[in-house]
Design a binder for this molecule. Structure first.
Ligand code: CP3
Length: 346
């Protein structure tokens, strides 16, 4: 039986427009907090296939979304390439040994070796495959990666950044080194995504969360071309697996979007009308409610009606325009999902 979500990714008609939420397995759910506490910390949770599978399933049962997204993090990739990842309480991710020169990069392991170390991710997927297949709701499993550019920002800055000044210094003064980093990460990601597919994911999404840090003129050179390289590698070998691209905050680049992939994720700062006009004929669109509308059920319903009117229930997947925040009431997340399903039903 084909899955509703996979059908929608390929632009087929579905009884209603499916919905999921970026960061749907996470801190707004008390049930997630309980499992994280059992694991001790976030990284332990990522490394524990049984617990990671458990929190992946939670939003299906609690919130009622139409797709599951593998519980993990984009930063396990550089971690397994040999960088030292930790999560500092209240501050987010840290690498103690950021890349500053070619020798730092050369110390990191490459494609096959790094991708082979992410066994806990593949074990989580295999477990989820069994658990999802045993249900009768035909829920698809989404695997994911960070885009090489978004991963590189953490590898170079050593942490999250508001200014990206260290990366940008490299971009404008030593672009050759930045490209070398991006190419090495791209090779790892291609094999990593392939192994996720072989382990049982139905769909993959590439998150370029920090796309907006690059000036539009240079976005293709430093990010998009690498995302397309990954997508096209996967589409060639696994044409039945939909690929979703999510470059956050690049409305000025919409005219120049190209590549063989299936779904374009629209962030909340890009009007759906504009995305539909520029890309709707070529790609299925995913998105894009501003996640902070989740603080008000009334404003949530208003946005869903608007997005649904623009898309007309065709070639569309409902989602937020970025991740759900930890202080959103669970009832409001449930309201979002039910309203998307109700309003789009035909
Ligand atoms: O979407 C899901 O539910 C699946 C799980 C998932 C996580 N991270 C779990 C997580 C996914 C898809 C990600 C992707 C991710 N990780 C991105 C791209 C998506 C985006 O939101 O833009 C990025 C940039 C990261 C890096 C990262 N991981 C940061 C910056 C942080 C800390 C910031 C924060 O929100 O606290 C994380 C930690 C993280 N990843 C958490 C979760 C549930 C919170 C950790 C915790 O439980 O303490």
């Amino acid at each position: 039986m084909s899955k509703l979500f996979v059908d929608a990714c390929f632009g087929k008609e579905t009884p209603y427009t499916p919905v999921w939420m970026m960061r749907q397995a996470g801190r707004y759910l008390p049930e997630y907090m309980a499992v994280r506490a059992e694991a001790g910390n976030f990284l332990n949770l990522c490394h524990d296939p049984k617990k990671a599978a458990e929190v992946t399933i939670q939003p299906l049962d609690i919130v009622g979304v139409d797709a599951a997204i593998l519980f993990s993090d984009i930063l396990v990739i550089p971690d397994e390439m040999g960088m030292d990842l930790s999560f500092v309480k209240g501050e987010g991710p840290r690498f103690s040994d950021p890349i500053t020169n070619e020798a730092d990069l050369d110390r990191l392991i490459g494609a096959e070796a790094a991708a082979s170390k992410l066994t806990y991710v593949y074990d989580t997927i295999a477990l989820l495959r069994q658990q999802l297949d045993a249900r009768d709701d035909d829920i698809a499993l989404i695997g994911f990666t960070g885009a090489p550019w978004t991963l590189a920002t953490y590898m170079i800055e050593g942490q999250g950044t508001k200014t990206y000044n260290i990366c940008k210094k490299m971009m404008y003064s030593n672009p050759k080194l930045l490209h070398k980093i991006l190419a090495k990460v791209t090779d790892v990601v291609k094999r990593y995504m392939e192994k996720q597919i072989q382990s049982g994911v139905d769909v993959v999404q590439i998150f370029d969360s920090w796309a907006a840090a690059i000036e539009p003129e240079l976005y293709d050179e430093f990010s998009w071309q690498y995302m397309v390289e990954i997508a096209e590698y996967l589409k060639e070998k696994y044409p039945h697996i939909p690929v979703i691209m999510f470059p956050k905050g690049i409305p000025a680049f919409l005219d120049r979007v190209y590549g063989n992939f299936d779904v374009f994720g629209v962030d909340w700062s890009t009007p759906m009308e504009l995305a539909k006009e520029k890309l709707g004929a070529k790609y299925v669109l995913q998105g894009n409610m501003e996640p902070c509308r989740l603080y008000s059920q009334e404003k949530t319903t208003e946005a869903i009606k608007h997005i649904h009117n623009v898309m007309g229930g065709k070639r569309h997947i409902f989602n937020l325009g970025h991740g759900i925040l930890p202080d959103v009431p669970v009832d409001n997340a449930i309201h979002f999902v039910r309203e998307c399903q109700r309003i789009s039903k035909h």
